[in-house]
Design a protein. Structure first.
Length: 148
């Protein structure tokens, strides 16, 4: 499956050339710089972090790297098919600087084949791993073929 990003060109993304218009090579850089400035200007905003999703026959897993956090700063919540991971990093006040905090959050839609009442989470060496066990009816089953 290929993911395609559709966007409407702005007046700055089109450059006039002798043969017509072509896309500016700076378009991606402009949006990335804008995103970085937006997160730097609003430090109280919630920042999303990347997660890894993988599964085996019995479980699905969500893995997030959250270095420098303590277990008390991390919350994992499962409600109505949505898994929400939230972490808050606080920097203590020093030499006239006020205490600062940054909030990190990520919400994921979880398929119905996951048993929500058996979800577990572990945090070790800066890595949060959430284990989402599959329901028995969703697990693959081997069926033997009888010879007649």
């Amino acid at each position: 499956m290929r993911i395609v990003r559709y966007s409407y060109p702005s007046y700055r993304s089109l450059v006039t050339a002798p043969g017509g218009f072509f896309r500016s090579p700076w378009l991606g850089l402009e949006s990335e710089i804008g995103r970085r400035f937006a997160s730097a200007v609003a430090p109280s905003a919630i920042i999303q972090f990347p997660v890894d999703l993988y599964e085996d026959e019995a479980n699905a897993y969500v893995r997030a790297e959250l270095p420098g956090m303590s277990r008390n700063d991390i919350q994992v919540e499962m409600t109505d098919g949505t898994l929400t991971l939230t972490a808050v990093r606080k920097t203590p006040a020093t030499d006239g600087q006020p205490e600062q905090s940054a909030s990190f959050s990520r919400s994921l839609s979880i398929p119905a084949e996951v048993s929500a009442d058996q979800v577990s989470a572990a945090y070790e060496n800066g890595v949060l791993t959430v284990t989402l066990p599959k329901r028995e009816e969703a697990k693959p089953k081997k069926i033997t073929v009888a010879v007649k």
